[in-house]
Design a protein around this ligand. Structure first.
Ligand code: ZN
Ligand code: ZN
Length: 287
């Protein structure tokens, strides 16, 4: 029987987005505050996912061995380092989250049966790398607050209550929605980026947060006058809103995940989720 096991590790490190072949003005234009001398730091959190058969002791691998390998090959070298200088790979390609995840994969692949390297720069920004060349995934997490009512306009109150329960009450109720937008793209061999993060955040702001935040979705968003704003329909609509603008930035929308409450969330894949599976096991499914 095959199983994926995940091991968490962390390191603190600094970096700076600065290309010496560009002028100061160009660096500032391209990288904004991330270009500032002498750099800035993050408390990175790393998840290493490993796939294998269970051994006679009921384990894929002995996790104390895994811990040692990750420490020796990655975290002891990166912790309290200046990433741009610490590994030669980062002199060629800037140490963005997606590129750090890729290089960590390359460093660990000779030692461990990797299926995914996931690196959090902070709780609202993380990269996933699954060993496919320069391709990587970047997820931004954000939130908005909105009210809704689950009721189909063509049905009676009784019918809606039968289908949607309390959620059909006539004056609505609200949620603090958490939204995760995952994009997929090729890591630029020099900047280390799959997308301009500032522009991605601006797309999410312009197409979702600004129009959705502090609204009554059924009344304020024309699309939801006829379409019942369930979490599923909201996620689908958001994925339709941001897909083309993200393509305009040179990446592809991969997934929209909408968390309505700690108990309930949904995911919409803009591309086939099967493409992200290893031997039928989806490796980007988040918890
Ligand atoms: Zn940074
Ligand atoms: Zn609700």
């Amino acid at each position: 029987m095959q199983c994926i096991v995940n091991r968490r590790a962390q390191f603190s490190a600094s970096h700076r987005y600065w290309l010496p072949e560009l002028s100061e003005a160009k660096n500032i234009e391209k990288f904004g505050a991330c270009s500032r001398f002498p750099g800035h730091g993050h408390n990175y959190v790393l998840f290493i996912s490993l796939l294998g058969e269970l051994d006679q002791y009921g384990m894929v691998l002995n996790l104390s061995d895994v811990k040692q390998i990750i420490k020796q090959e990655v975290t002891s070298q990166l912790d309290f380092s200046y990433l741009n200088d610490v590994w030669a790979e980062f002199q060629q390609t800037l140490p963005t989250s997606e590129n750090i995840a890729r290089v960590i994969w390359q460093r660990l692949a000779p030692h461990l049966p990797l299926v995914r390297v996931q690196l959090f720069e902070h709780p609202e920004l993380w990269a996933d790398y699954i060993g496919t060349g320069m391709e990587a995934y970047l997820t931004v997490s954000t939130h908005f607050s909105a009210a809704h009512r689950l009721a189909h306009p063509d049905l009676s109150n009784e019918e809606n209550t039968q289908i949607y329960g309390k959620c059909a009450r006539p004056h609505g109720h609200g949620h603090n929605y958490h939204l995760e937008v995952t994009v997929k793209g090729e890591i630029d061999p020099r900047t280390g980026m799959i997308i301009d993060l500032g522009k991605l955040n601006q797309v999410i702001e312009d197409y979702v947060l600004e129009p959705f935040d502090h609204t009554f979705l059924n009344k304020d968003i024309p699309y939801f006058a006829q379409i019942v704003p369930t979490a599923e329909n909201i996620a689908l609509y958001i994925s339709n809103l941001v897909r083309l603008p993200i393509e305009g930035l040179g990446a592809k929308l991969y997934k929209v995940k909408l968390l309505e409450s700690p108990n309930n969330s949904c995911e919409v894949y803009a591309t086939e989720p099967e493409s992200m599976s290893v031997k039928g096991v989806p490796v980007l499914a988040s918890v």
